[in-house]
Design a protein around this ligand. Sequence first.
Ligand code: FES
Length: 81
Amino acid sequence: MKRQKGWVVTFRPDGRTTEVMHGTPLLEAARKAGVALTTRCGGKAGCLMCKVKVEDQFAAGLQPPGDTERRKLGSLLVEGV
Ligand code: FES
């Protein structure tokens, strides 16, 4: 959900929510919300352990994936991951 200064991000299925500024990585938002996402590479698109699915109506609010993210995610991108 878009707010004036940022976004309210809700993580499902547990419904944990946090408000973050524009440009905040989703991994950082998850940590702020208290959602435990296992990581191996620290969010550098090396392990895909932190991947999340973004509901279609919110995808436009994300920065486009970088080259490494696109290469690693492949066909998962069209599924909203
Ligand atoms: S933590 Fe490795 S890709 Fe996210």
